[in-house]
Design a binder for this molecule. Structure first.
Ligand code: ATP
Ligand code: MG
Length: 310
């Protein structure tokens, strides 16, 4: 079992059509046909949306994405149009609303990895490969890879795991030209971002991008990209990336991180009383866990952008 403990009702705003309630973001369409993406304070872990929110998380992640889109704009076009709160929307949408170009999303989670962790580590330990790509002997938890790799996944429904897929599968899903462009762009954006992060004392171990196509174009599954590739969704946030403090990096053990590892550890530990493999939804997070998690998100924002979120 997994998913939402209780799925929130969409907010009704005149002129907006509710499209989708994601694990973290709510999507609407405005009368101009643009996408209005509103980031909530929801947090997910182990494929569950937790019953407790992290105050300010939606605003921190929205502002961080906007900052990154700007850093990367000369490399790849992005989907952001404005941050204007639609008329009649709740005032608390300010700071967590992004008005974007509505794109034809490509059905691939474009993951770049520069270090070994997570599902990559599990696969490496079993077969010395990550997503089927052969890697040298002697790597361990947190090791830097000889070169960054593209390890795509297909997007799962709420409550399901994303599934790692081969590059050939991406080519089958999107066409060979688009697949090549996805791999190239993913690695180029990752390389730029990791350089920026490193200057600020953060290792960008891995990250996930989503791309869409704008304009008219050939349908998916054909060999023409059709329309330009646009970077969409959120980018380079602690929800989509592993950020590690550089000064504490030490391969051979799990790395301290700015993401929700702290929440995962608490949920998986004895204090939560929760059985990850069972049928029951996860419990509420205690106040100190909420506060610590919020502080981690705010700290990542501060280190990367050089400005305090408060
Ligand atoms: P999760 O990311 O937690 O697996 P989710 O993807 O269903 O869940 P969110 O990430 O909360 O939910 O919602 C954002 C949704 O908006 C995603 O489905 C994403 O693919 C989609 N999206 C992002 N940018 C655009 C865009 N420019 N045009 C169309 N869809 C977009
Ligand atoms: Mg998403």
């Amino acid at each position: 079992m997994s998913g939402f403990v209780e799925k929130p009702e969409p907010v009704q705003v005149p002129g907006l059509v509710h499209l989708h309630t994601g694990k973290v973001r709510d999507l609407y369409q405005n009368e101009a046909g643009e996408l209005v993406m509103v980031a909530s304070d929801r947090i997910s872990a182990y494929d569950w949306v937790l019953p407790t929110e992290i105050p300010d998380k939606g605003r921190i992640l929205t502002q961080l994405s906007l900052w990154w889109f700007e850093q990367l704009a000369d490399l790849v076009p992005h989907h952001v149009l404005s941050t204007e709160v639609p008329e009649g929307a709740p005032a608390d949408w300010a700071g967590r609303t992004t008005v974007c170009r509505q794109l034809r999303m490509l059905p691939v989670e474009c993951v770049a990895r520069g270090y070994l962790a997570g599902s990559g580590l599990v696969e490496y330990e079993a077969t010395r490969t990550v997503c089927g790509l052969a890697l040298p002997e002697g790597l361990t938890d947190g090791s830097e890879l000889p070169a960054p790799i593209f390890t795509p996944a297909t997007k799962a429904e709420v409550g399901e795991h994303d599934e790692n897929v081969s590059y050939e599968e991406v080519a089958r899903l999107t066409g060979v030209e688009t697949a090549a462009l996805l791999r190239q762009t993913t690695l180029a954006v990752y390389s730029r971002a990791r350089g920026i992060a490193r200057e600020r004392g953060i290792i960008l171990a891995d990250t996930k991008f989503e791309f869409g196509l704008d304009g008219e174009g050939a349908p998916a599954g054909t060999d023409q990209p059709g329309g330009g590739l646009v970077l969409a969704d959120e980018v380079l946030t602690p929800d989509s990336s592993r950020f590690w403090p550089l000064d504490q990096w030490e391969p051979g053990r799990p790395q301290p991180s700015f993401d929700k590892q702290y929440v995962r550890d608490w949920l998986g530990g004895p204090e939560s009383g929760w059985d990850r493999g069972g049928r029951k939804p996860p419990p509420e997070l205690p106040g100190p866990v909420v506060e610590r998690t919020r502080a981690k998100y705010a700290e990542a924002y501060r280190l990367l952008t050089g400005t305090s979120f408060e």
